[in-house]
Design a protein around this ligand. Structure first.
Ligand code: ADP
Length: 398
């Protein structure tokens, strides 16, 4: 089926029009500056990119500009909107209500609305994208695919926080985890590479989604049993600008010294921390590696910290699952930074993980980079969240 995949943010919207069976991308692009002025960038493989300034006061005009360019006689890829079979939406937070993707109806929208306090930045934007598509394509099936859904198989001991239980019961405070669509996609690919798609029982996979935002997941029997992000995406390993796990005491301590209110404090933890915060150089791992190579000690420390924490989580998840059969690297850093992958794996020989450094070097495609004599496999698997969303959408829209 031909699926339009939408990822709506508060002032931007990414789209991809693709074949859910083959993964072929017919067109993709980005609407930016929604609510400010508006710019559309439209890309079709083999053609020059089209950039247009189009007024986008709301997400509705943004979606309209996408549909217009898709049917444009010169720049388009379809004769009419009828060729779009269904629309799939990335939705950040599904709370406890969604354990899998679902066809969007009034009940589904109400449930996504209920999750707004859990995803205050993203869920309202995701809903704007959904409503704009409903308005402009009222007859098309729309599907919501949640970033949290894959992690809903975690057992209580993994998702419960050690704070008064009433906050879980009354307020649904628990570990949810994010990047679920990515962890689901790459763990399913890893099962395929292990030849265990049909019989995943007994397999133990650790997926490392290392990008600007980073998260890790422990996947046992093909199901998520633990993940590093939490109630929100601020938890886990250090990230580009997010702090990851820290002692909550720091919050009170710094608010006391500097008189920050909670909003200022959260901005520091979300936007000024992570490897940017430690290095003072950049949140981008390419900049960090360059600075470290030039002798910048704080850039080196930021990389050391990141690698150390990723390796620690791998160890923790291997212990949690009673071993590991495959470690998967994915996302911007995991797919591209072979030196970092090598350094993450360096300390893991004790648990039978060996990497083939030759195969790893420079590799940016799906590959088995397991070293000789390794008990566990090491895979690089480029993530494809859009394909996963398109596949779910096609399945549910049938
Ligand atoms: P997001 O979390 O925004 O989806 P990505 O998964 O696209 O992020 O990852 C973006 C990050 O990937 C960038 O910040 C950059 O540090 C890193 N990255 C991309 N290419 C390389 C590369 N060749 N070497 C090292 N890091 C890279």
């Amino acid at each position: 089926m031909k699926i339009l995949v939408i990822n709506a943010g508060s002032s931007s919207l990414k789209y991809q029009f693709m074949d859910s069976e083959t993964g072929e991308v017919f067109a993709k692009g980005l609407c930016e500056r929604i609510g400010i002025d508006g710019r559309l960038t439209h890309k079709v493989p083999g053609r020059e990119d089209v950039v247009r300034e189009i007024a986008m006061p709301t997400h509705s005009e943004a979606i309209k500009s996408v549909l217009d360019i898709m049917v444009d006689p010169v720049y388009g890829v379809v004769a009419s909107v009828d060729e779009i079979d269904a629309v799939g939406h990335r939705v950040l937070h599904g709370g406890m209500a969604f354990t899998e993707s679902c066809v969007i109806d009034d009940a589904c929208i109400a449930a996504i609305e209920k999750c707004i306090p859990l995803g205050p930045l993203h869920n309202p934007a995701n809903l704007m994208g959904i409503r704009a598509c409903q308005e402009l394509m009222p007859t098309k099936k729309q599907v919501a695919v949640f970033d949290t859904a894959f992690h809903m198989t975690m057992p209580p001991k993994a998702y419960i926080y050690p704070i008064p239980y009433e906050y879980y019961e009354k307020d649904e405070v628990r570990r949810y985890g994010f990047h679920g669509t990515s962890h689901r996609y790459v763990s399913a690919r890893a099962l395929a590479l292990l030849g265990r798609t049909e019989n995943p029982e007994g397999t133990r996979i650790i997926t490392c989604h290392l990008g600007n935002g980073s998260s890790m997941a422990a996947v046992k029997d093909g199901k998520c049993v633990d993940t590093s992000m939490g109630l929100g995406p601020l938890a886990g390993v250090p990230m580009g600008t997010r702090c990851g796990d820290i002692d909550a005491t720091i919050v009170e301590y710094l608010m006391g010294i500097y008189g920050y209110d909670i909003k200022e404090m959260m901005t520091i933890l979300n936007k000024k921390s992570g490897v940017l915060g430690i290095s003072g150089v950049s949140s981008d791992f390419r900049d960090l590696s360059k600075a470290a190579a030039e002798g910048n000690k704080r850039a080196e420390l930021a990389l050391d910290k990141f690698i150390y924490e990723v390796r620690k989580v791998i160890g923790a998840y291997a212990a949690a699952m009673g071993g590991v059969d495959a470690i998967v690297f994915t996302a911007g850093v995991g797919e591209n930074d072979f030196r970092l992958r090598k350094r993450v794996c360096e300390g893991l020989d004790f648990m039978g993980v060996k990497m083939d450094e030759k195969k790893n070097e420079g590799c940016r495609v799906e590959a088995d980079v397991t070293g000789e004599g390794s008990r566990a496999k090491v895979f690089i698997i480029p993530t494809n969240e859009e394909l996963m969303i398109a596949m779910d959408t096609a399945e549910l829209a049938k």
